[in-house]
Design a protein around this ligand. Structure first.
Ligand SMILES: Cc1cc2nc3c(=O)[nH]c(=O)nc-3n(C[C@H](O)[C@H](O)[C@H](O)COP(=O)(O)OP(=O)(O)OC[C@H]3O[C@@H](n4cnc5c(N)ncnc54)[C@H](O)[C@@H]3O)c2cc1C
Length: 432
């Protein structure tokens, strides 16, 4: 019987396994070095904050895998041998495969900072990272200050997590405004103020120079590159992005870029070897989407797509319009389509911000045609399917503003802002 081996039990690998099982009775083995069972990585923060227990983050009961005849193997794969169709575990034993799916996710970026391997220095990606945080930052007596390095979505989550245990946080952000490589300036500046309102010591235009050790090999301070300032701390969170976790594939012959290079069918340069999820890198661009997209739903889509192909219905990966969502302390963020921080030459923005400084929207549109290109929304929940449709229908900016209420997804009795947005739109200064 054909043996499908999947390395990685995250959302992409597990989705592939579930769909292959729905479509066939092939033998399936999922391997993971991290945990015995699939859990929701996006919920890691809620475990630390006490909203959930680890058990609650597992989307399937432990009996699910046996019942569905999906074998689970805990172990680290140190090598893939495409020619002989085998994988090699760190203990030296091997496993043959007919089809291999590489779904190994990401790892936290470490840029070779002096002291990055000290105790108390960590990323926030794996279950082991959560355990380390629990060990080194259980409360504000043991951890009197944490320093977070890298201002992105994971950094802000870590800042919120530590704040819930009243651990003072210094946040070193390389950019001169939070996440302004992604967000337009107005939104980014609103977030600077919001982060500071949560008593986070936000240091913009600040880089990490080195991490200093105490006599036990644990972090005692960091040094800031620009000022030379030494900031005493017991924990350092390194959250300067993630990259595909593919070091173990280096000498395998599988074509690698930053990730595992795949075609539109998610196949590598070897027949019967696929890569999906965070670790996959498209070598042909799909619209204006990025070649690597480290988000949950694209991993799920790739898992579904590859399952179809493996089960005889060859399918192209087609992610549709870009969307994403996140949370910055109390402010929810959603994005649909593309709103670039540095406007493209064809792009114009309409920006509205509420006076309470926690809600705003930015709509990007085509300068000449007025066609809607994308929206960022902060503090107002919007419906994905509505914006997805409007993007497909290439609606105009005027249409979006007039029909904004149709996209509103805030709970009942929430204040609505569409009228205010419309009025701001109608009263915009005319630029000659
Ligand atoms: C803190 C945090 C919050 C996030 N929040 C969001 C969010 O709100 N929304 C969103 O869209 N995305 C979010 N993400 C990103 C999202 O979680 C990832 O895109 C997604 O989990 C990636 O899934 P995956 O299946 O590609 O890989 P992973 O979930 O990383 O799974 C890969 C698995 O493979 C294992 N593995 C790797 N190499 C080997 C090997 N050689 N041998 C054996 N096993 C191996 C790994 O240990 C891991 O268990 C968040 C990520 C983090 C870290």
């Amino acid at each position: 019987m054909e043996h499908i081996v999947i390395i990685g039990n995250g959302i992409s690998g597990v989705t592939a396994a579930r769909h292959i099982r729905k479509l066939s009775d092939k033998k399936i083995t999922i391997i993971s070095a991290e945990t015995d069972h699939f859990f929701s990585r996006t919920a890691l923060m809620y475990i630390y904050m006490g909203h959930m227990k680890y058990e609650h983050t597992k989307p399937y009961e432990d009996y699910f895998w046996k019942k569905n005849n999906i074998e689970l193997r805990r172990g680290f794969v140190k090598k893939v041998l495409p020619e002989t169709k085998e994988i090699v575990f760190s203990e030296g034993d091997t496993m043959p495969f007919d089809t291999l799916i590489i779904a190994v996710g990401s790892k936290s970026n470490m840029f070779g900072w002096p002291g990055q391997d000290l105790k108390g220095v960590q990323g926030l990606y794996s279950f082991q990272d959560l355990e380390a945080l629990e060990k080194y930052a259980p409360n504000n007596k043991i951890c009197q200050r944490a320093v977070i390095v890298g201002g992105g979505l994971i950094g802000i989550e870590l800042a919120e997590m530590l704040s819930t245990r009243k651990i003072p946080v210094t946040f070193l952000v390389r950019e001169d405004s939070f996440w302004n490589g992604v967000l337009p300036q107005g939104e980014s500046e609103m977030l600077n103020r919001h982060i500071r309102s949560h008593r986070i010591d936000l240091r913009l235009s600040s880089n990490l120079k080195e991490i200093l050790s105490d006599e036990n090999g644990q972090v005692r301070a960091v040094v800031v590159e620009e000022t030379g300032e030494e900031i005493p701390c017991n924990v350092v969170g390194l959250t300067a992005g993630v990259s595909p976790n593919i070091d173990f594939l280096k000498d395998s012959g599988i074509a690698l870029g930053r990730g595992v290079k795949v075609d539109r069918f998610l196949e590598t340069n070897f027949k019967d070897i696929y890569a999906i999820g965070d670790c996959a890198e498209q070598h042909q661009p799909i619209g204006n989407r990025r070649p690597i997209e480290a988000v949950w739903y694209t991993g799920r889509m790739m898992g579904e797509t590859v399952a179809q192909t493996i089960c005889g219905n060859k399918s192209q990966y087609n992610p549709g319009h870009w969307f994403n969502s996140a949370k910055f302390f109390d402010i929810e963020y959603q994005t649909y389509g593309w709103v670039f921080s540095e406007k493209k030459d064809y792009e114009a923005h309409f920006h509205w911000k509420h006076e309470d400084d926690t809600k705003c929207i930015t709509i990007a549109y085509h300068k000449e045609s007025g066609v809607f290109l994308g929206i960022n929304t902060f503090g107002i929940r919007m419906k994905h399917e509505v914006f997805d449709r409007w993007l497909t229908e290439k609606r105009s900016l005027d249409y979006i503003i007039e029909h904004l209420i149709e996209a509103n997804f805030d709970p009942e009795f929430y204040t609505h802002f569409e009228k205010e947005i419309l009025s701001a739109y109608n009263n915009q200064p005319v630029i000659a």
